[in-house]
Write a protein that binds this ligand. Sequence first.
Ligand code: MG
Ligand code: MG
Length: 262
Amino acid sequence: MGGRLYYKTEEEIGLIRESSLLVAKTLAEVAKALKPGATTASVDRIAEEFIRDHKAVPAFKGYNGFPNTLCVSVNAQVVHGIPGTYQVKEGDIVSVDCGVLKNGFYGDSAYTFGVGEINAEAQKLLKVTRECLWKGIQMAVAGKRIGDISEAVQSHAEKNGFSVVRELVGHGVGKQLHEEPEVPNYGRKGTGQQLRKGLVIAIEPMINMGGKAVKQEKDGWTITTNDGMPSAHFEHTVAVGEEKAEVLSTFEYIEEVLKEKV
Ligand code: MG
Ligand code: MG
């Protein structure tokens, strides 16, 4: 990053919404496929095909050399997991991050799935991380500051006994996958860049059940908790509004699938 802020027109926000909705539908395909025994690579292939069938391009594939369409991060893996031969199993929590490029604009969203029955602590981690995302989104209003989003996410996570990853942050979204400003998940109210209508940002809390420290695995990508405890990640692409934030991605399609699975 390290560039200027781009304020989008209504038309541009419409295009980012279109890309974000394709991400949402792709994650619903992921929800269908993520059953015990499925390899993370098989889910990745399904996502790539779905995106290309919809005349779009997977945003992550080739991004700084990342090899796949999805980032799939299981249990203690926080983000940037590379799909492969791992077979998901009952009780796993699996964070799936997806981005697409369509009509010159990106969309970016992530969801953490429980595979089959997951234990009560893991359920709480998913619930709280998702709540953190919504607390952050509520702050994405003109006149607020980036630090208001950061503080809202951090305080909700910590109030629930969890910790916030510092090394990775949310970001602006537009003609680039990662634009200014950075959107940290920790910080102080009333600090940082002031928000204006037209700014589009990805808010993406990464919340650890144990300590906040993370490390990078030898594959050069996967970020994992130091203590081996689970981590969750939810992300929406959001347009800053005058009165309220406009969420451009959605979890609705995922939820339709998950209801059917129960
Ligand atoms: Mg993402
Ligand atoms: Mg992102």
